[in-house]
Write a protein that binds this ligand. Structure first.
Ligand SMILES: Nc1nc2c(c(=O)[nH]1)N[C@H]1C(S)=C(S)[C@@H](COP(=O)(O)OP(=O)(O)OC[C@H]3O[C@@H](n4cnc5c(N)ncnc54)[C@H](O)[C@@H]3O)O[C@H]1N2
Ligand code: MOO
Length: 385
């Protein structure tokens, strides 16, 4: 087995491999561009707003008052110019008539004998106040978040230049796994098949394969099937060298090469990332369920970010409420709750602690962290706290 790389290097390496392999930018409908990075700057296709727009429900008036009422302007119409001494009722969002000197809010207005009076103000948004036609709104590289999609639509776009969503597929290895019923008699319920697809945020996740029988032929066949319609395949289990751990042999059989093989982190050490000759990726997640999640956090999430042109997912921070030991020369990823307290049931074969955690406090190699220390926090995709 090769020397494990550091946890920090594993994140960087997986991200860089994804970034180098990201699909060429294309004009994508918003739904497909969502979660990618802008491959070119976003510009305004019109002035924003495109016309002076009323910010209130009220009256548009010209000249000095009281103003003679003559009609109304609703949103979605082009109004006639307003003559001096005239007033029109105007709705929020409606185009302000040319010649308007001020708006009176409905609730501040008094209407008498066909005339309106009240305090006026320039309560409209000027054309081009937010952006001028052709102006750059967001630079290339900006993540396509829901607000960016809203801005793009407001600015006149139907598509965005972005990197397409990678297709991902989960392959579950293990003869001992049950997909229904309860654990017993040497067999356990598959916890990873139902969980891992939801961790692959940003990917177009295909139907999972497995549980796959513990033979090399079945492993090779499952990998080939998964790779036929996925850019990223996440396998679970079989990363070690047990009697029925066939992943490494299966990777050799299909000619995949390691991007990284084992990471100096506990839990999660036996994770790996490999690449096929045609540039697809296979992430090997260890079978212990918490270790599988750590492999997603360490390798898969950075890889998917890179494939979409996004930067390495940032770490957050957490102030520890209690001492956390190190794990010798390995990084220790320690489950903590949002208040920085360690969780019970944090063994790598368990999910009970993880299910209530804010994420993993990152305790660097050859170190330990005392209560009160602020350390990095690696969060789990799909989990917010
Ligand atoms: N001699 C050694 N044995 C092990 C070492 C070691 O260093 N030397 N490392 C341990 C560590 S660390 C891990 S993590 C596991 C990794 O094992 P594999 O990736 O080969 O996974 P399996 O052997 O298939 O399974 C391990 C464990 O996880 C359970 N499992 C597997 N898949 C699922 C699933 N889909 N849902 C729920 N649970 C699952 C499986 O039943 C085993 O209990 O190796 C250690 N051994
Ligand atoms: O490191 Mo293993 O991945 O402890 O469970």
């Amino acid at each position: 087995m090769t020397d494990p790389i550091t946890w920090a290097d594993a994140r960087e390496t997986a991200w860089a491999a994804g970034y180098a392999a990201k699909p060429a930018p294309a004009e994508l409908p918003f739904a497909e561009a969502a979660g990618s990075a802008l491959a070119a700057p976003l510009t305004a296709v019109s002035d924003l707003p495109a016309f002076p727009t009323s910010a209130v429900d009220g009256w548009a008036v010209a000249g000095t008052g009281p103003w003679r009422i003559g009609g109304e302007v609703l949103a979605g119409h082009v109004p006639e110019p307003l003559a001096s001494g005239a007033a029109v009722k105007i709705a929020t969002g409606a185009q302000v008539p040319e010649g308007t000197d001020g708006l009176i809010r409905l609730e501040h207005s008094t209407v008498e004998d066909g005339y309106v009076s009240g305090p006026t103000d320039r309560e409209w948004r000027e054309a081009g106040e937010e952006a001028r036609h052709g102006e750059e709104l967001m630079p290339a590289g900006t993540p396509v978040t829901p607000p960016v999609i809203g801005l793009a639509a407001a600015a006149g776009h139907l598509t965005l230049p972005a990197h397409g969503r990678p297709r991902a597929r989960v392959v579950v290895f293990g003869d001992e796994l049950l997909t229904s019923g309860v654990s017993g008699k040497g067999r356990i319920r598959d916890a990873l098949g139902p969980m891992v697809p939801h961790l692959l945020v940003g990917a177009d996740v295909q139907a999972s394969i497995g549980p796959v029988a513990d033979t090399l032929e079945a492993h090779v066949a499952a990998l080939r099937e998964a790779l036929a319609d996925a850019d990223v395949v996440c396998t679970t289990g079989g990363t070690m060298v047990g009697p029925v751990d066939h992943l490494h042999a299966a990777l050799a059989e299909i000619g995949a090469e390691y991007v990284l093989n084992t990471v100096a982190v506990r839990p999660g050490f036996p994770m790996l990332l490999a690449r096929t000759a045609d540039g697809k990726f296979i992430a090997g997640l260890p079978g212990n369920p918490q270790s599988a999640v750590i492999a997603v956090v360490t390798v898969v999430a950075p890889l998917l970010a890179g494939l979409r042109g996004l930067p390495l997912p940032p770490l957050r921070t957490v102030e520890l409420a209690e001492d956390v030991p190190g794990r010798g020369s390995f990084t220790h990823l320690a489950l903590v709750d949002p208040a920085g307290r360690r969780l019970a049931h944090h063994g790598s074969a368990m999910l009970r602690g993880l299910a209530g955690a804010a994420g993993f406090a990152v305790i660097p190699p050859d170190d330990a962290a005392a209560a009160g220390t602020v350390v990095d926090l690696a969060t789990v995709p799909g989990v917010s706290s």
